[in-house]
Design a protein around this ligand. Structure first.
Ligand code: FE
Length: 216
């Protein structure tokens, strides 16, 4: 029997056919064209691009969570972090590969902070990595400003009416990170234990930090 590979071949497991997508989309063509031009003109090298991709891939919410846990356990660090978010993060060895400023917004029992980029998708990437898809979509970008309490409720976050919601609009130059409220019952927790419960969404401000992930 000859070995002919078809979509209906016999396997001891099921899988979809692997399809070759041979026509790149608009943005892929644009990216390739710009990249090749920049390299041809000697403005950047292929190595520069690879290095930058590695830097971006190295960022994740675990970095922001470590910053939050440190702020919860070290009042002096928290003071410095709130005074200058970027310098505070740099103290913990987090580098900023761009010219963005970072402002850390502290949640309290009176004020809850929420971050958004109404224009596009500006986000504290050096400390959180890539933004979630919903953060980049128009409904969130518009409604976070026009009806933040409703948006929070859709994330399962129901704040008392007397808690003020402050929405901060990120820009190309200024990014925000929310310092969530430390949950009760964590007084004797280590920074590592605390960091493990700090989620990306809590640092955007759409949910609180909870023990064991129960709803607020
Ligand atoms: Fe933006």
């Amino acid at each position: 029997m000859t070995s002919v590979h078809t979509d209906h071949h016999d396997h001891d497991h099921d899988h979809a056919a692997i399809e070759q997508v041979d026509r790149p989309g608009y943005y892929e063509v644009m990216e390739t064209a710009i990249r090749e031009l920049l390299i041809a003109k000697g403005l950047i090298s292929a190595g520069d691009i690879r290095h930058q991709i590695e830097v971006l891939d190295s960022r994740s919410p675990a970095l922001g969570a470590a910053v939050v846990a440190r702020a919860w356990t070290d009042p002096d660090f928290k003071r410095r972090l709130l005074a200058d978010g970027r310098k505070g993060c740099e103290e913990l060895g987090i580098s900023f590969y761009d010219d963005t400023q970072l402002i850390v917004l502290e949640n309290t029992s009176e004020v809850h902070n929420l971050i958004v980029c109404t224009l596009c998708s500006c986000y504290p990437r050096p400390v959180l990595g890539l933004p979630p898809d919903w953060y980049k979509l128009k409904p969130y970008r518009a409604r976070a400003v026009s009806e933040p309490r409703k948006v929070l409720a859709e994330f399962g976050t129901h704040l008392p009416d007397d808690v003020e919601i402050r929405v901060s609009d990120s820009t190309a130059a200024v990014r925000y990170l929310v310092l969530p409220l430390r949950p009760e019952g964590t007084d004797d927790w280590s920074p590592d234990e605390l960091a493990a419960i700090v989620t990306r969404d809590a640092m955007i401000g759409v949910i609180p930090v909870t023990i064991g992930g129960e709803a607020a």
